[in-house]
Design a protein around this ligand. Structure first.
Ligand code: G6P
Ligand code: MG
Length: 217
């Protein structure tokens, strides 16, 4: 039986549904620029940084933009995104996620966030989890976003747990790859549920309790 001492959660698309807001904000920018963008392309953006996401979106553009223009576009998208985040409240945290986190904490499991987002701390505040986690590592602290394992390795270090004793929960293919490269077992949710590299394939968040208590191998 595998014994995990800690769990590192991705944020967008795992703890809350900000992945849908990322899509809406990128869609608004892409429409303004006249660039084709859909949900399938959006799935390629999960887990990767804002600027890398923009480069993927601009693959469908006929125009070539300067770095200064690209930074303006990324800033514009972030403004659209922040307008959506401002409306978030603790009601955007599902009961399933909150109850599961509470139970995991109660049984002594250390809990961390490992997100590529520079908005992660703001989102955690909005949904009432501002001071909840034992460690939070976000896009402001890392040099390389997923699939590089940096964000998860730093989170594990802050928890004081080796990667082989930590489980990573992810909705992104890039996040599962980052976890495996860092020596973590990974649980895939949502878009990453079918990932062959995930050790666990979750339909519901509360399945994590059985994994941590050893009731599920
Ligand atoms: C997360 C999301 C990505 C997003 C990235 C950067 O990893 O899954 O879709 O591009 O964070 O987010 P930010 O809030 O910094 O633009
Ligand atoms: Mg995600």
């Amino acid at each position: 039986m595998k014994h995990y001492q800690g769990i590192i959660f991705d944020l967008d698309g795992v703890i809350c549904h900000t992945d849908a807001y990322h899509y809406l904000a990128w869609k608004k920018l892409a429409d303004r620029l006249g660039v084709y963008f859909d949900k399938q392309i959006n799935n390629r953006l999960r887990g990767i940084s804002r600027m890398e996401s923009l480069d993927i979106i601009l693959e469908n553009s006929k125009n070539v933009y300067t770095d200064a223009e690209k930074h303006e576009f990324a800033e514009e998208k972030n403004e659209y995104y922040r307008q959506l985040l401002v409306q978030m409240s603790p009601a955007d945290l599902s009961a399933d996620v909150k109850n599961t986190l509470d139970i995991l904490r109660k049984i002594g499991c250390k809990l961390a966030i490992g997100s590529s987002s520079k908005n992660a701390r703001y989102i955690l505040e909005r949904i009432g989890l501002g001071h909840y986690f034992d460690a939070v590592v976000d896009g402001n602290e890392i040099q390389h976003s997923k699939p590089d394992p940096e964000v998860f390795l730093l989170a594990a270090q802050r928890l004081g747990i080796v990667s082989s004793s930590c489980l990573v929960v992810e909705d992104a293919a890039a996040g599962i790859e980052a976890a495996v490269r860092g020596g973590f077992d990974a649980a895939g949710l949502g878009d990453a549920r079918v990932s062959p590299f995930a050790k666990y394939h979750l339909i519901q968040f509360d399945e994590l309790i059985d994994i941590i208590t050893g009731n599920r191998k």
